[in-house]
Design a protein around this ligand. Structure first.
Ligand code: GLC
Length: 798
């Protein structure tokens, strides 16, 4: 069953049926002001921080779902009938509504009662102002008098202030109105103002939420809209809202347009920006948002026989991956901002995936991560970049109900809270950054450590590798510590196969960097260490048909053939191949086991069979319901690791089978099962051992997005940068005859055409760059265009 369709030409997903089983969300804003909104205008807006500076309020995980939002009500002044442009909150018959999710905007459309209306939400490019672009058209055959009411509910800024202990916050926020501008003020904050205004002279206003809604009512039937009369409320103290009213008459066929502006700053700023944001300026900003995405998307475009892959790579997958880097992982309807800052491993991975489209942001994320590395070589699992930013200003927010602020000794949490994988990701991300950009000087940039002292980026990486080399358990494998990539695998002093494989991967990447920089002694030292790790892991972790997942502190194997639960795991088997630890034979067998134990039509499960008996030597995963989350769900994030592993093994048919099973657009006609957005990878899809098998949960904020993009472009299509050139090494289904990739790299454009006359899955017979045979595409003078003809097949000498 479908609820909508992809309009790729308009770069939109169109929701034709708005009565979705769950919220389908989208993101607006590209810099400091950000918002997340669903298909019915439910959602919230924030400035810089989802924890400390929320602008509008949201009641997460509630009923009715996803209230409140940024709403426009229309009221027919003839008969008093009223409705909302975004279907909810009033909820008139659904046939009258649709929603278009675009890149950094959302558009709601309705055609109720002879009035065509639309409301588009987006954020201005240069100022922290959200624009609601509202358009009305009288499509009936008689003049119509309508009142337009806006509604939003202001937040007390801090998520805790909005959700608990109101004894102070309820009396600390105020509102007032002056010449068409509503001001909301958090009195105790230095710059605690917001304004809400419009492109018109209002006929009424309300600043107090409870006056607008009325007692024992909801946003569905607010008193002000039902009666048609604003009360002109405002007060110092209480809960505040933004309601501006405009009454207008439209002749048959007549159209009108209203802009509403919600921004940072008080009345004066509201007046200033109202002058600035004319219709023309709003149109210009809307075009600039499109141009922003044009430019980003143009860095890599593909044309393949797989429409699902084309839609993802050319549009939604990059968009989702960029959003993860921009918003971090803490702004959604699930992650509602109560845990803020950066997650070490998530950020380190996200920042590796979109370097070609956002090198500046990725680099600044990498630096933030370096600063949160301790001089011992481990990263702080969750941190606020502000804590370690030498230029950070004193934070203005101080809770009036006195929540103690942590000092440095509490921030540097010590070994007990170290996740063994966290910083290892950073090594490969930095190396990847340099391969993509060619900025070798980044390695010599000096960065402080979280606790004391400073070192170059290169030295930070060595500390990370050395830390893992020291944290070895009784069998010679890296300890799992508080957790590894899998939050729910809590091995403590037990050993994690995945961490040793990640260590190996990081070592190999680092050696390439050391060699590229001419630091041969280091390259040699870490190459020997890598050989050692490879030998130990092959020996200790191989179980005959697959790799173990780890070994508990009391020396029990996890994921061995005699296990009846948690027998085969995805992380260890994919990483055994990806890291180069597995022999070719081990790799093939291990991935065959992944296929036979973990594959489902919706993607690969994380482990099977699921755990049903608590076992604290293994960890929290044994206490998660079977089929959900880390216990045997189709956890999306590791799925692309399996595509990479299959690509390294040269099995393109299998890699694409795995790719397609998870590919969101290919699920568009199964929404009765999937429920979630088909334009976003979700954190997990419920696994086979659960009654809701196939249901997807937690859109947008997931590492699967970046990994899917990276795996598809660099491993399946096989276009990846090295220090010296652009490698073309595809692994595709045997029945693909050809594909094209247009890739910008180091300032030049590479138009790559790959043909596959022999129907192979892997292997390149020849590469012609502008007619000349090469082994990889060369670095060119910026601004050049390179036309590459690549022929797959068995190489000439085989
Ligand atoms: C969540 C966490 C991520 C972790 C994964 C698996 O997605 O954000 O850090 O790796 O779960 O446990």
């Amino acid at each position: 069953m479908q609820y909508g369709h992809f309009d790729n030409a308009a770069r939109e997903y169109v929701i034709d049926r708005v009565d979705l089983p769950v919220s389908w969300t989208n993101y607006i804003g590209l810099k400091d002001m950000l918002g997340v909104f669903n298909h019915t205008a439910g959602g919230y807006l924030l400035y810089k921080s989802p924890e400390y500076h929320r602008i509008t309020r949201f009641r997460p995980n509630g009923v009715p779902m996803d209230f409140p939002g940024h709403y426009i009500y229309l009221r027919d002044e003839e008969d008093g009938d009223y409705w909302s442009v975004s279907w909810q909150p009033v909820g008139k018959p659904k046939e009258h509504y649709s929603c278009r999710h675009g890149l950094s905007y959302v558009k709601y459309l309705c055609d109720y009662s002879g009035i065509d209306a639309s409301q588009t939400l987006f954020v201005a490019m240069d100022d922290p102002v959200e624009i609601w672009d509202v358009r009305l058209r009288n499509s009936s055959d008689r003049p119509r008098t309508l009142s337009v009411f806006s509604y939003l509910e202001f937040s007390f800024h801090h998520i805790d202030m909005d959700n608990r202990n109101f004894q102070m916050s309820l009396y600390a926020a105020g509102s007032r109105y002056e010449e068409g501008v509503i001001e909301h003020d958090l009195y105790y904050e230095e710059n605690g103002y917001q304004f809400f205004t419009g492109s018109f002279t209002p006929d009424g206003f309300d600043c107090l939420r409870d006056s607008f809604i009325g007692p024992y009512r909801t946003e569905r039937n607010p008193l002000v809209v039902e009666s048609g009369q604003c009360s002109g409320s405002f007060e110092k103290g209480g809960n505040h809202c933004g309601c501006l009213k405009k009454t207008l008459t439209l002749l048959p066929g007549e159209e009108c347009r209203l802009l509403f502006l919600l921004g940072e700053g008080g009345i004066a700023e509201g007046k200033r920006l109202r002058e600035k944001y004319t219709f023309e300026k709003a149109d210009e900003d809307f075009r600039r948002i499109a141009a922003y995405w044009d430019e980003k998307l143009s860095r890599l475009q593909i044309e393949t026989p797989n429409e699902g892959m084309n839609t993802e790579i050319n549009l939604w997958n990059l968009y989702q991956s960029e959003i993860n880097v921009m918003f971090s992982r803490f702004t959604s309807f699930i992650e509602v901002g109560g845990r803020t800052g950066l997650g070490y491993r998530d950020t380190a991975q996200d920042a590796m995936m979109v370097i070609h489209s956002n090198p500046e942001k990725c680099r600044s994320r990498l630096v933030e991560l370096m600063r949160a590395l301790t001089s011992e070589g481990y990263g702080l699992h969750l941190f606020e970049p502000r804590w370690f930013d030498p230029d950070a200003k004193e934070q203005s927010f101080r809770s009036p109900t006195v929540i103690p602020t942590p000092d440095k000794s509490q921030i540097i949490t010590g070994l007990k809270d170290v996740c063994a994988d966290d910083a290892l990701w950073l090594v490969s991300s930095v190396v990847q950054y340099i391969r993509e950009t060619g900025e070798t000087e980044f390695a010599d940039q000096s960065v402080t450590y979280a606790d004391e002292g400073a070192g170059t980026v290169y030295e930070h990486l060595k500390k990370i590798l050395d830390f893992s080399a020291r944290q070895i358990g009784q069998n010679g494998i890296c300890k799992g510590l508080r957790a590894d990539w899998n939050d729910c695998l809590n091995l403590g002093g037990g050993e994690s196969a995945m961490v040793s494989f990640l260590h190996l991967w990081a070592l190999r990447n680092f050696c390439e960097l050391a060699e590229a920089l001419g630091r041969t002694e280091d390259a040699e030292h870490y190459r020997l260490l890598a050989e050692h790790v490879q030998a130990v892991t092959r020996e200790v972790l191989w179980d005959g048909e697959w790799f173990l997942r780890g070994i508990t502190a009391d020396n029990r194997k996890i994921g061995t053939h005699s296990d009846t639960e948690g027998k085969v795991h995805m992380e260890s088997n994919t990483w055994a191949v990806l890291s180069g630890a597995a022999t070719a034979e081990q790799g093939r067998l291990a991935m065959d086991s992944v296929d036979s134990y973990l594959y489902t039509e919706y993607g690969l499960m994380l482990n099977a069979p699921c755990y049903t008996k608590p076992d604290d030597g293994i960890g929290f995963v044994t206490r998660v319901y079977p089929g959900l989350k880390e216990n045997g769900a189709i956890f999306s994030h590791p799925n692309p690791w399996a595509w990479c592993a299959e690509a390294l093994l040269g099995r393109g048919d299998r890699a694409m089978k795995f790719y397609n099973a998870l590919c969101p657009p290919l699920q568009n006609d199964r929404i009765e099962v999937r429920q979630a957005e088909p334009y976003s990878y979700c954190q997990f899809v419920v696994g086979r051992d659960h009654t809701a098998f196939g249901r997807a949960r937690h859109p947008f904020m997931t590492g699967s997005s970046g990994w899917a993009y990276f795996a598809a472009t660099q491993y399946l299509l096989g276009i990846r940068p090295s220090f010296t050139g652009l490698i073309v090494d595809p692994c595709i289904p045997h029945d693909w005859k050809e594909f094209r990739v247009n890739r910008k790299w180091r300032g030049s454009t590479y138009e790559i055409h790959v043909v596959n006359p022999d129907g192979v899955e892997k292997g390149v017979r020849s590469i012609l760059a502008d007619g000349k045979p090469v082994s990889e595409l060369p670095v060119l003078t910026p601004g050049s265009i390179c036309r590459a003809e690549v022929t797959m097949g068995r190489s000439d000498n085989t």
